[in-house]
Design a protein around this ligand. Structure first.
Ligand SMILES: Nc1nc2c(ncn2[C@@H]2O[C@H](COP(=O)(O)OP(=O)(O)OP(=O)(O)O)[C@@H](O)[C@H]2O)c(=O)[nH]1
Ligand SMILES: [Mg+2]
Length: 399
């Protein structure tokens, strides 16, 4: 595993841009997420730099004037790491490294780093390692000294060209070895999944930290690791669940995030196959999060990328206990009602009126509305079960 962790346990600055499609509030929320990622990786964000740009500057991500501000701040505040809220191209990374005298990380790097620290099984480890090397290959610069020494980071002078070439060769070899290893793992996992028979398979999907594992635990009485950090779950867990008289398999999977690095989506093939092969998706949403609609869109985008967008899906709005909304005074005639003023009842009405989508509102933590959730899951599983086992209809008689 490529270790970059100890390098982040220091003061960091966050750097993002606001495009013409975003408002400032949205950009704040994106940086809140980057700060949460930084925290999860063990760092502390002490300052944010934001610049209005239509698209990232091709050479330096933000303009050089702004970069000067960052440089000055870094120098006078003992900042160890600058974190950019997007994937930097190899050229951008090189240019910024020349400019700023600190460790440079981008969003992809940060996510890969968290995944690396979370990986438990050999399959998860191999998947992350492959993604890390694929990210690293075009970016071998002075940041990475010769691999034998394995020292990343601050102030290291670069290896010579021949050393970089040697490193590239080593990395290419590692990539092809890992790919072979993963092909073997994929085969084993696919056999395992086949051995589970024809039982209906339900997968919990959703943005990271929305409560998938918590819900899995309350429904299946298992003890899957859940915590208030991003990407608590990397390895899938499968449990047999019985609701009324129908048994089915429930899978807890890795959380998704906005701009999930493509290397990760590709290398997590065997993990995502659980989703791909599921009969029913429970799309869990944290309705208490100000950006939850954005989260839904990100998850749908990834589902689309793994050809799972058209599966039967129930939207499970979780954390209703934590939902808050803004209010408008009765005598305030100026403020216009926006989404931030929607009550939980408003949201329920909106989603219940959407006839194409099944939805349910719960709190997995407080077990609010859990019986209705189970009923809903039962109904949906039953539809699939009936198709699969047409002669088993005695199962559905009410007792
Ligand atoms: N207030 C509130 N918090 C909840 C609820 N459900 C889960 N949480 C909390 O949300 C945090 C994340 O929960 P997890 O179950 O780990 O979320 P996850 O979706 O599995 O997250 P990843 O595995 O990181 O993708 C934990 O601190 C939970 O206690 C809920 O209904 N209400
Ligand atoms: Mg989880």
């Amino acid at each position: 595993m490529i270790e970059t962790r100890e390098a982040i346990s220091e003061k960091t600055v966050l750097i993002g841009i606001i495009t013409q499609h975003q408002d400032e509030k949205q950009s704040e929320e994106y940086l809140d997420e980057l700060e949460f990622l930084t925290l999860t990786a063990g760092g502390v964000a002490v300052k944010r730099f934001v610049q209005k740009l239509d698209k990232p500057h091709p050479k330096t991500f933000i303009g050089t004037g702004k970069l000067e501000d960052v440089k000055a701040y870094i120098e006078s505040n003992e900042i160890g790491t600058a974190i950019f809220d997007d994937e930097l191209s190899p050229a951008q990374l090189r240019n910024i490294e020349r400019f700023l005298d600190c460790k440079i990380l981008d969003r992809t790097n940060l996510i890969l780093d968290i995944f690396a620290s979370r990986a438990q099984t050999s399959s998860a480890k191999a998947q992350v390692e492959l993604a890390q090397y694929q990210y690293l290959l075009p970016r071998l610069t002075r940041m990475w000294t010769h691999l034998d020494k394995q020292k990343g980071g601050i102030g290291m002078r670069g290896p010579g060209e021949t050393e970089i070439e040697t490193d590239r060769r080593i990395i290419r070899d590692k990539i092809s070895l890992l790919k072979k290893k993963l092909t073997t793992i994929d085969k084993q996992m696919s056999v395992q999944r086949k051995n589970r028979g024809k039982m209906v398979r339900v997968a919990l999907v959703g943005y990271t930290n929305v409560g998938k594992s918590t819900l899995m635990n309350v429904v299946s009485k298992s003890e899957v690791f859940a915590e208030n950090k991003l990407f608590a779950t990397l390895d899938t867990t499968v449990r047999k669940v019985v609701i009324k008289n129908i048994p089915f398999l429930m899978t807890d999977t890795v959380g998704f995030i906005r701009k999930l690095p493509t290397q990760l989506v590709e290398s997590f093939k065997s993990t995502l196959d659980e989703v791909r092969e599921a009969d029913l998706l429970l799309h869990v949403v944290d309705i208490s999060h100000p950006n939850f609609e954005d989260h839904i869109a990100s998850v749908n985008k990834i589902l689309d990328e793994i050809d799972s967008k058209d599966k039967p899906t129930v939207m499970v709005f979780n954390k209703i206990d934590a939902y808050t909304h803004e209010t408008i005074d009765e005598d305030d005639l100026i403020t216009e009602k926006t989404k931030e003023h929607s009550t939980l009842e408003d949201w329920k009405r909106t989603w219940m009126n959407d006839l194409e989508t099944e939805s349910i509102f719960i709190s997995a933590l407080n077990k609010d509305n859990l019986e209705n959730f189970k009923e809903k899951a039962y109904e949906e599983v039953k539809k699939i079960h009936i198709q699969r086992f047409p002669y088993n209809d005695f199962l559905y008689q009410e007792y």
